[in-house]
Design a protein around this ligand. Structure first.
Ligand SMILES: Cc1cc2nc3c(=O)[nH]c(=O)nc-3n(C[C@H](O)[C@H](O)[C@H](O)COP(=O)(O)O)c2cc1C
Ligand code: SF4
Ligand code: SF4
Length: 440
């Protein structure tokens, strides 16, 4: 049998500091990286003032354009095994409040909170409209603009929102209009309703944008009311596709963020959005290249006060690792995101069960039997199952289902094979170890 060793893994150096959380996204400075995303929590001056008092460092105002009328109802929640709204869906459009009111309140908030970042989100159609809205936004004293090229419902049918975000040429053209008329930084908010985020990011750059924000919501149907046979949310017996967001979308947002952050020709700052619920999520976004983070759904569900824990958690995390400023964290995990073909095929792990922690639930046995490689076995006379390491492929499934923290760990096997990637193997320069768990 092969020898095994503990997976130490590199840890970040500990040296206590009080981190400076000041954030700079394309020239938009805020006292911390936590911003309200453009959405209902940033709909009015009173709300944004309360948010800033609670600790938020910035706010992207609810998108301004020709004021619209919304339908009733307009939100849907995805509830999963007793957890309310792990995913969220909306068919709301941009602001329904008069532009004069919005601009007056933005100016007032900026005057009262000069150190906080106030960003005006815009979505209009013609160049003349963009020019007018941009000039009016600048007059408020706002710190930046965000171009909403992301909304996947209602506005895209009118040729705006994600209809622009999906067409790099149009995106580039409208960005260049905005940059031409703006004297303040311009962020381009991208849609995830696209195969590859990179062309859209490069178009934002080519248009002169100072940064991008991502993601907006994902086109979706949240569920179906089976009694009425109507999808949710219902509007007098009908429904329509909406935008998906909340905790469930974080993996999609992280991928798009990382894809742009590691793109050699990109190089713009990124404001990360999508499924951020706590400081750890925020730290992950920063580590994958975001210089600020925006939150919508979690604030809608739990209120502005969540930012207190976010600030404290991020500060403690950075302090414990000797990170004095956000730049010490931003992008730290980007170099470790690589192509599948560059992964080491000879790296081998197996599952180890800590008998002292195991409660004998056998969820791991069921999972490995039915969903993996049939190599965790119940044992007579003990509640602790045994892993057959000669068959274990190190897939992680048992560790994922085990309800006891740190009860199952994945440990590296010293199999004697030097690292070799698939790309090296196909180029004839790497020797792969024999496959495990494959029976002919
Ligand atoms: C009800 C609702 C309204 C929204 N309205 C806007 C909007 O007006 N402009 C915009 O750019 N994004 C809008 N968004 C998208 C959010 O700003 C954000 O990009 C998205 O919800 C993902 O973040 P989250 O997972 O933290 O909610 C809206 C989202 C929701 C849920
Ligand atoms: S890591 Fe995968 S193959 Fe190995 S014991 Fe766990 S579930 Fe089975
Ligand atoms: S899932 Fe975890 S706690 Fe349950 S039997 Fe397996 S190792 Fe023990």
């Amino acid at each position: 049998m092969s020898a095994t060793i503990d997976l130490g893994g590199p840890t970040l150096k500990a040296k206590k500091v009080t981190p400076d959380l000041t954030s700079n996204t394309g020239g938009i400075i805020s006292p911390n990286p936590f911003w309200l995303a453009s959405a209902p929590p940033a709909n009015s001056g009173d709300q944004v003032k309360r948010a800033f008092d609670a600790g938020w460092g910035g706010a992207v105002w609810k998108t301004l354009g020709q004021p619209i009328q919304n339908v009733s109802s307009r939100f849907g929640g995805l509830h999963y095994r007793g957890q309310r709204a792990i995913g969220f869906n909306n068919i709301e459009l941009i602001t329904d409040r008069p532009l004069e009111t919005n601009f007056r309140e933005i100016a007032e908030v900026k005057r009262l909170y000069p150190k906080h970042a106030v960003i005006v989100s815009l979505m209009v159609e013609t160049e003349a409209e963009w020019r007018e809205m941009i000039l009016r936004s600048i007059d408020t004293g706002a710190d930046g603009l965000e171009l909403n090229f992301g909304c996947p419902h209602g506005m895209c049918e009118r040729g705006m929102g994600s209809a622009v975000g999906q067409e790099p040429k149009v995106l580039e053209m409208i960005t260049s209009w905005a940059v031409k008329y703006s004297t303040i930084p311009v962020l381009v908010k991208l849609t995830p309703n696209i195969d590859d985020i990179v062309p859209a990011g490069l178009a934002a750059r080519a248009g002169g944008g100072h940064g991008v924000s991502l993601i907006n919501t994902i086109k979706s149907i949240i569920g179906v009311d089976l009694d009425r046979m109507v999808p949710e949310p219902r509007v007098n017996g009908l429904s329509t596709n909406g935008g998906y967001c909340g905790a469930a979308v974080k993996p999609i947002a992280l991928h798009m963020l990382a894809a742009l952050a590691r793109e050699p020709g990109f190089g713009l700052p990124i404001s990360g959005i999508g499924g951020i619920t706590n400081w750890r999520d925020a730290a992950e976004f920063l580590a994958l290249g975001a210089s600020s983070v925006q939150v919508c759904t979690e604030v809608m569900l739990r209120g502005y006060r969540i930012v207190e824990d976010m600030i404290e958690g991020l500060s403690n995390f950075m302090a414990e690792r000797g990170m004095a400023k956000l730049d010490d964290l931003i992008g730290r995990a980007v170099p470790a995101y690589s192509e599948w073909g560059d992964l080491d095929m000879n790296y081998e792990t197996v599952a180890k069960i800590d008998a002292d922690k195991c409660i004998g639930c056998h969820l791991c046995v069921v999972a490995c039997d039915d969903g993996a490689h049939q190599c965790i076995h119940a044992q007579a006379g003990t509640h602790v199952p045994t892993v057959d390491e000669s068959e274990c492929v190190g897939c992680n499934l048992c560790q994922i289902v085990c309800p006891v923290p740190d009860c199952i760990t994945m440990v590296q096997v010293q199999n004697g094979y030097p690292p070799a990637t698939w790309n090296e193997h196909t180029a004839g320069t790497g020797t792969l170890r024999p496959k495990k768990g494959v029976h002919y």
